[in-house]
Ligand binder design. Structure first.
Ligand code: C2E
Ligand code: CA
Ligand code: CA
Ligand code: CA
Length: 279
């Protein structure tokens, strides 16, 4: 008699090897791409839900390929975090975003526009993040308040040193936004202990706002707490007009999503500014 599962093992082992190879290939390509600065930043506007005026741009990294395709960050950011490559990549992102922010600010009437950069837990875990940020600002000739740093709850929660790095960046005058709020171990206690300026409600809440009364009430509650703590609230992933108006009714002032704009290459972001103006 054959062993049970024999056939599946025959297929499983090569599949695992294949996966390992794929992983190694991606790792090597990522290293090369970092050396060659082969990435670009796209910019998605965060807007006032009522006036639709722009509040800031979020920088989102893309990896263009030879064949004209573009690799989305979900395909390589996790690997970059795992391997530590996020540290040099993150340094490049900070510099590029600061450089682009200076260009965006040169648009008439947009001298106060901000750019937000996503910073991973791993970047907080190595020393020198505050120095990288300062260096990026200086080389672009920007004041500290031109930058927003977005980080997820897990980047700081449960880390002894996470809070200290945050304080250091906050002390520079940079605004901090808590990303993907509601997906982690959302503990309300740290919200007022750490120097956040903005809270971004995760897309998963926004998705259900049209079908679930409870979701809308939860958002209303989050906005209430945020108000008490003096935090701005941005709803992520707003795709429909109905979502926009329900969010507005729930007291949420700002939003971001395909309803307003996808992430845009810099030249299109400049055009967007020209055509829409600030909030
Ligand atoms: P995130 O920081 O939560 O960024 C928002 C993501 O939602 C972006 O995906 C954006 O394109 C997408 N999005 C915006 N509006 C909508 C909408 O209306 N509907 C839907 N379905 N999606 C929407 P993206 O650019 O693929 O980035 C995915 C994640 O990769 C980001 O999530 C962030 O965690 C990470 N990431 C992106 N750029 C960077 C970066 O420069 N550094 C780091 N460390 N992470 C980054
Ligand atoms: Ca973000
Ligand atoms: Ca987010
Ligand atoms: Ca996310």
């Amino acid at each position: 008699a054959r062993l049970p599962g024999h056939n599946s093992w025959e297929r499983f082992v090569p599949a695992m090897l294949e996966e390992r190879l794929e992983h190694a290939r991606l790792h090597r390509d990522l290293e090369t791409a970092i050396e060659q600065n082969a990435f670009v930043l796209y910019y998605q506007p965060v807007v006032d839900l009522t006036t639709r005026g722009i509040v800031y741009f979020e920088a989102l990294v893309r990896w263009p390929q030879q064949d004209g395709g573009v690799v989305a960050p979900d395909r390589f950011i996790p690997l970059a975090e795992e391997t530590g490559l996020i540290v040099p990549l993150g340094r490049w992102i900070l510099r590029q975003a600061a450089h682009d922010a200076a260009l965006l600010r040169r648009e008439p009437g947009s001298q106060d526009v901000r750019v937000a950069v996503n910073v991973s837990a791993r970047q907080f875990a190595v020393p020198g993040l505050a120095a990288d940020v300062t260096g990026a600002l200086e080389s672009a000739g920007l004041p500290a308040d031109a930058l927003v740093i977005e980080l997820t709850e897990s980047a700081v929660l449960g880390r002894e040193d996470g809070g200290a790095a945050l304080e250091e960046i906050h002390a520079l005058g940079i605004r901090l936004a808590i990303d993907d709020f509601g997906t982690g171990y959302s503990s309300l206690s740290y919200l007022h202990q750490l120097p956040f300026h903005t809270l971004k409600i995760d897309r998963s809440f926004v998705e259900e706002v049209e079908t679930s009364r409870l979701r809308t009430e939860l958002i209303h509650g989050i906005v209430g707490i945020a108000d008490t703590l003096g935090l701005h609230v941005v709803a992520e992933g707003v795709e429909t007009e109905r979502q926009r108006s329900l969010l507005q009714e729930a007291g949420c002032q700002y939003g971001q999503g395909f309803l307003f704009s996808h992430a845009l290459p810099l030249d299109q972001a400049l055009r967007y500014l020209r055509e829409s103006g600030s909030a």
